[in-house]
Write a protein that binds this ligand. Structure first.
Ligand code: GTP
Ligand code: MN
Ligand code: MN
Length: 608
């Protein structure tokens, strides 16, 4: 084994006088022994230089057909969030709860410190000051990510506000979340690098009490862009509980009716279940308009008027590529046409463009697939990984709402919960009240997708679409949701709905056409908010009364619509034991309010 001289590295002049940050940066450099340290300044020039390095290293391929856009492929083992390697290291195990992996924080720090020792050898250590949300928010949500991955730097520059302006706003004493990341692939002198270095050992670790993040071994978005899931959901959810607000896995959209009534709607669907699609919807119902505020994360706080206001903390879109096409999500297609994007694990066309399954009805005759192999329409495997992604500045979105940039956020009128269920869950159901809506969210279920490693298509509970992202005990999280409604004026709270675009017929076909047609469901939601349409009360909540869901001009026979909205008591009786099993898993922290909701549901179904 070769040994290396551990020369003390010279730190560049730092663009900050924040003593805590300076100390952390120098300690980290000492531990990880990079070749050099670079502070990310947020300039276009530095961004370009790092991209040039990535092209030179063979990680990025510049696309001829899209302005300032790049293709890259990850290591085939590093393609999604690793939920089994994700930990909430609270001081007490009980505070992580039954849905998170836990390890004693001290023990975890020791493991990670050993992994980080010398882990940046031969590489550059980048320091990325960033803010999630508005720089001029009442209390800006600062973070600093240290990483040895230039791919992460480029992606963070798109997804967050980064650089010197953040340091200036932080001044010498602001609190920030230290977010440590390494791909865990030191380079020995003379050793050739690979296009996507990573490590088989992976840890994605949140310390919710000290508000710290440590990630090792993966370069994939959700594991490595630490401002996103790790900070804006896991750490932020713990902050939100302490401070009386909500950090949620939700899109935010602005809906304008033909008579110019404006409503803001938030919706929580599990990963790869349609948030980005709904956020950029082009409604097919005449006169209705959707504008985008966010496609993945919403922070919701009470305003002075007692209403719940949402902001999107992100600056970019990190969307699922396959299935995104001119017919399903034309606004996402326009956003990526506008340039400045990074595409990961999609296919390359021969003329320097990108392609993925579902982009066009006919695939090109020849592609380079995400493994770098030749691909033709007769190839056995898809050209793109099912969790391949586009990373694009949100300002590219052609229907971005002006309010996107308002630090005060927008008042939310309705919250939609939804999952991917072949059976049981109707197209749309309105909850009876906030507690019942919280019950709907807490029992949300969905078939698993490729967005996380593991089996695909298995029904699991994914409460509020937050199962992988709740930074503390899920039972406490449900109680926090209930408490948010308790002190509030019920009239001012958002009304909660449960939707399911994915119900199937006996032949496995979707009962509801989805996509742009989902605007019809949004219309029904607004008409309910305005008291303009009737609903039928069922044991599970209020579903559209016959004739109230506008299907004019839609080629859908009444029978299929009936099947899509139907509440089948037998299916629901079969669902009850699954919900009970879930409640048992949460255990004694399950709020009594939700146990009462379950008992009431059973009584209404005659299943008590
Ligand atoms: P994350 O970004 O991982 O959190 O996921 P997301 O919720 O943003 O998922 P996205 O909008 O990218 O949806 C991905 C998948 O859902 C794609 O396979 C889409 O084709 C499918 N999808 C979205 N909307 C609909 C719909 O209305 N009907 C049907 N059948 N499929 C849909
Ligand atoms: Mn997501
Ligand atoms: Mn998305």
């Amino acid at each position: 084994m070769t040994t290396f001289q551990n020369d003390a590295i010279t730190l560049p002049e730092a663009p900050t006088r924040h003593p805590g940050l300076l100390a952390w940066v120098s300690q980290t450099a000492e531990l990880t022994t990079p070749e050099r340290v670079v502070w990310i300044d947020g300039s276009a020039q530095q961004h370009r230089e790092i991209i040039d390095d990535l092209v030179a290293a063979g990680t990025f391929v510049k696309l001829a057909k899209k302005p300032n856009s790049y293709w890259c492929a990850s290591d085939p083992t590093d393609v999604a969030r690793v939920e089994d390697r994700t930990f909430i290291c609270s001081v007490d195990e009980a505070d992580a709860g039954p849905t998170n992996n836990w390890m004693d924080p001290g023990e975890m720090r020791t493991i990670l410190k050993d992994l980080y020792r010398g882990c940046m050898k031969g590489r550059t250590m980048y320091v990325i000051p960033f803010v999630m949300g508005h720089l001029d928010a009442e209390k800006p949500m600062f973070g600093v990510e240290i990483t040895d991955s230039p791919y992460v730097v480029v992606s963070m520059n798109v997804m967050a506000k980064t650089g010197t302006r953040v340091l200036e706003k932080m001044g010498p004493s602001a609190d920030y979340v230290p977010a440590m990341h390494s791909i865990g692939a030191p380079l020995e002198p003379g050793q050739a690098d690979v296009a996507w270095p990573c490590n088989d050992t992976k840890y994605i670790v949140q310390f919710p009490q000290s508000r710290e993040i440590q990630s090792f071994g993966s370069g994939y978005g959700g594991n490595a862009l630490l401002g996103k899931k790790c900070y804006s959901l896991r750490i932020a959810s713990a902050m939100a509980r302490d401070e009386g607000w909500l950090a949620e896995h939700m899109l935010i959209l602005k809906l304008t009716s033909p008579s110019n009534v404006v409503k803001y709607i938030a919706a929580a669907f599990p990963s790869a279940c349609g948030k980005t699609n709904l956020a950029m919807l082009e409604p097919t119902v005449p006169g209705w308009k959707v504008e985008t505020l966010g496609d993945d994360i919403a922070w919701m706080r009470f305003g002075h008027d007692g209403r719940l206001y949402a902001t999107n903390p992100e600056n970019g879109l990190f969307g699922v590529a396959p299935g995104t096409g001119w017919d399903t999500n034309p606004n996402a297609m326009r956003a990526i046409e506008a340039g400045g994007s990074v595409f990961t694990n999609v296919a390359l066309t021969d003329d320097g463009d990108i392609w993925w399954e579902g982009m066009t009805p006919q695939p090109p005759a020849h592609l380079t697939d995400w493994h770098g192999n030749d691909w033709t329409p007769s190839s056995e495997n898809p050209s793109s990984h099912p969790n391949s992604r586009f990373c694009t500045p949100i300002r590219n979105c052609p229907i971005l709402a002006d309010e996107y940039d308002d630090p005060a956020g927008v008042p939310i009128s309705a919250i939609l919960f939804g999952g991917r269920r072949k059976t049981t869950i109707p197209l749309v159901t309105q909850s009876r009240d906030w507690a019942h809506g919280t019950f709907m969210g807490a029992t949300l279920s969905s078939e698993t997708t490729a967005a996380a490693t593991g089996a695909v298509g298995v029904v699991r509970r994914d409460p509020m679409a937050m199962l992988p992202f709740i930074g503390y005990n899920a039972g406490d999280y449900f109680q926090h949701w209930i408490d948010m409604g308790k002190g509030a004026d019920a009239d001012k709270m958002p009304k909660i709905f449960y939707v399911n675009w994915f119900r199937r017929d006996e032949d496995g076909g979707f009962l509801w056409p989805g996509y742009g047609e989902n605007g019809r469901v949004l219309k029904w939601v607004v008409e309910r908010l305005e008291g303009q349409v009737a609903a039928v009360e069922t044991p599970i909540g209020h579903v559209p009364a016959p004739g109230t869901l506008d299907i004019s001009g839609l080629d859908l026979d009444e029978g299929r619509l009936e099947q899509a909205v139907r509440v089948d008591p037998d299916e629901w009786k079969a669902e009850i034991p699954l919900i009970e099993e879930w409640f048992d898993k949460i255990g004694e922290k399950m709020p009594t309010t939700l146990i009462t909701e379950l008992n009431d549901l059973k009584a209404r179904l005659g299943a008590a």
